[in-house]
Design a protein around this ligand. Structure first.
Ligand SMILES: C[S@@+](CC[C@H](N)C(=O)[O-])C[C@H]1O[C@@H](n2cnc3c(N)ncnc32)[C@H](O)[C@@H]1O
Length: 227
């Protein structure tokens, strides 16, 4: 059996045995498939991890960069009480629209605000208007500006903020130091940023499964960096 087949089967086994998701996730997934938007949300194992982390830190204010059909968003919003708020940034209007429908059907609309537009522009205006600080930040959009997203996210953080970043292994391509691929360069720039930042605690976990070979970073901000 090829490793890839094993990964998929193991992920299915894990999902069946241990992952509990509310029923609305299935209809939300169906709506996203029917609408033809790309199936590139985090795997269920990662979605559940984000959900557990949000509960563990009692997150009340969260930020997601790259919403797609709202899977990550709903995993965070459902971990919060009615006093919680997730701000989602999404460039593609159709993705935002499907996400809004999914979130409404899940009964989570009072805890979610999705802003359409380019994430960098939204982040700069959030920093300028001193929004935040956020308890939990999930970075999962285009890879080129990852390091810039991260730096602005630090400005939107407080001591103890958890920043979760997806796609940090990118099929192992992150070790290609002479790559000219803008995604690889972008992710590697974030590694350089993590290397020089002394106000954080961070790790990157490699992962395999239905979304292939990849990984994610979990970063904890050690001091108040809110600007
Ligand atoms: C990998 S998907 C996000 C998946 C989502 N976080 C989840 O796991 O459920 C990436 C999303 O980021 C959006 N995106 C890409 N570049 C963006 C940008 N510059 N500004 C805002 N959104 C962007 C894409 O349209 C896509 O919906």
């Amino acid at each position: 059996m090829k490793y890839e087949e094993t990964w998929n089967e193991v992920e299915e086994y894990i999902s069946r045995k241990v992952i509990r998701e509310p029923p609305y996730m299935e209809s939300a997934l169906k709506r996203s498939i029917n609408s033809g938007i790309p199936q590139i949300s985090v795997p269920v194992t990662e979605g559940k991890l984000i959900n557990i982390m949000a509960k563990a830190i009692n997150a009340k204010k969260a930020l997601e960069i790259g919403v797609l059909w709202g899977y990550g968003t709903m995993n965070i919003a459902s971990a919060m009480g009615n006093d919680g708020m997730v701000t989602g940034l999404e460039r593609v209007e159709k993705h935002a629209e499907i996400a809004r429908q999914n979130i409404k059907e899940a009964g989570l609309e009072s805890r979610v605000e999705i802003r359409t537009g380019d994430a960098m522009e939204s982040l700069i205006s959030m920093r300028d208007s001193r929004e935040g600080p956020f308890d939990l930040i999930f970075i999962d959009a285009d890879k080129g500006p990852y390091a810039d997203y991260f730096r602005i996210c630090l400005d939107l953080s407080h001591q103890g903020t958890i920043i979760f970043v997806d796609n940090m292994v990118w099929r192992g391509r992150i070790i290609e130091s002479d790559s000219t691929d803008e995604d690889v360069i972008g992710i590697r720039r974030l590694y350089d940023e993590l290397e020089k930042q002394d106000g954080i605690d961070a790790t990157v976990i490699q992962s395999v499964g239905s979304k292939g070979y990849d990984g994610f970073a979990v970063i904890r901000v050690l001091r108040d960096t809110h600007k």
